[in-house]
Design a protein around this ligand. Structure first.
Ligand code: PMP
Ligand code: GLU
Length: 392
């Protein structure tokens, strides 16, 4: 073949994940000895709780080192069925639950098994960077609908309805949200669910930050729990990475209507096979006994949320809503007249602070700061950010 480097496939022209790329760059600069303050990381700064590690070690020593069923071990899938019932009010069954190497692959496999050429996928912006790329990889088309800070970054029913066409196959929701930290209110979810039922499209609800919610007025609500009709149209994704500090373990899961779960399972059986066998034992332990560990980490995140929110809002020209969940604060920096990429590049170069530009989240004019780091890092980094903003 003449031109080996040219790809005509959907997967060959994808941009690398901006969040992973910038986080890796900040880590590399730090390793070179530079005094970097990183507010870029999308992962807890905690270690995985010991009892979860021990469960995986025990499984390894007991020889649990072979293949498991492609969709995950039955014991783990049953524990996930129980988790969905107890935590989320979602009724599901083991055949509908599929475990994957990371929630990222759960989202991708659901999008890829459901969507293809000619299908439209509605994504509210700001969105997690990987969603539109996943839609592109499936050969489908993203339809971006903007949300505003004034509406708590929640997709409004009227805006959603205006974007629906006869090709609408899927809507991707993310609550609590990466990058805004916003949590969807029940009324908003009810209005969205009514439209999904009326126009007959699926909803993928990415709830990976579910456990990291900080205010009684903003509880986490799963759209699939609202009624049976929307439950039949919903794929609910969750994972172990954020709640249990298990990012490196690569474990996510979803529940979907049985017809779709079968397609996703078939796809995984031909791509990843099962998620790592002994890691699944760690996940089982986390789901069964991890609540206290989650609450300890959550209490630390809640304090940091208050700290960073106060510090950021003391900077002239920066505006941010008070995040209610996850571990990000999304800051409007449009008053400085720089693109978000230029703003972050200069902030890194001049003040050695790593932040993620809003542009890859579909939100030019904003930046994302992660508060999954020590209080001292937050204080130092936001101090440098303030000095940078004051110099502009
Ligand atoms: N969804 C969102 C919104 C995320 O921020 C992440 C973070 N990586 C994921 C899914 C995937 O997480 P993981 O693959 O580590 O389970
Ligand atoms: N989800 C995290 C983030 O947004 C981790 C990086 C990634 O998987 O994209 O930073």
């Amino acid at each position: 073949m003449e031109n080996l480097e040219e790809t005509t496939g959907f997967m060959g022209n994808i941009a690398p994940s901006a969040t992973l790329a910038i986080t890796a760059k900040a880590k590399a600069m730090k390793a070179e000895g530079l005094d970097i303050c990183s507010l870029s990381a999308g992962e807890p700064d905690f270690d995985t709780p010991d009892m979860i590690k021990q469960a995986a070690i025990d499984a390894l020593l007991a020889g649990k080192t072979g293949y498991t069923p492609a969709a995950g071990m039955p014991e783990l899938r049953n524990a996930i069925v129980k988790k969905f019932a107890d935590d989320n009010g979602i009724k599901t069954t083991m055949p509908q639950v599929i475990v994957a190497p990371g929630a990222k692959f759960s989202v991708f496999s659901a999008v890829a098994a459901l969507c293809g050429v000619g299908d439209e996928v509605i994504i509210p912006a700001p969105y997690w960077v990987s969603y539109p790329e996943m839609v592109t990889m499936a050969g489908a088309t993203s339809v971006i609908v903007n949300t505003t800070a004034g509406n708590n970054y929640e997709l409004q029913a009227a805006d959603l309805e205006a974007a629906i066409t006869e090709n609408t196959k899927l809507l991707i929701l993310n609550t609590p949200s990466n990058p805004t930290g916003a949590i969807y209110r029940k009324e908003t979810l009810e209005a969205i669910a009514a439209l999904a039922v009326k126009y007959n499209f699926m909803v993928l609800s990415d709830e990976i930050y579910e456990k990291l919610v900080y205010d009684a007025i903003a509880p986490h609500i799963s759209i699939a729990s609202l009624n049976d009709e929307i439950a039949e149209l919903t794929i609910t994704v969750n994972g172990l990475s954020k709640a249990y500090a298990m990012t490196g373990w690569r474990l996510g899961y979803l529940t979907a209507p049985l017809w779709l779960a079968k397609k996703i399972s078939a796809m995984q059986s031909n791509t990843t096979s099962n998620p790592t066998s002994f890691a699944q034992y760690g996940a089982l332990k986390a789901l069964e006994d991890g609540e206290a560990a989650v609450n300890t980490m959550k209490a630390a995140f809640a304090k940091r949320r208050d700290l960073i929110y106060k510090l950021v809002n003391d900077i002239d020209g920066v505006k941010a809503i008070r995040p209610e969940g996850a571990f990000y604060i999304f800051c409007d920096i449009s008053s400085f007249g720089l693109t978000s990429n230029d703003f972050c590049a200069q902030l890194l170069e001049k003040k050695l602070v790593a932040a993620i530009p809003g542009q890859p989240f579909g939100a030019e004019g904003s930046i994302r700061l992660s508060y999954a780091c020590a209080d001292e890092t937050i204080i130092e980094a936001v101090g440098r950010l303030k000095a940078f903003c004051d110099s502009l």
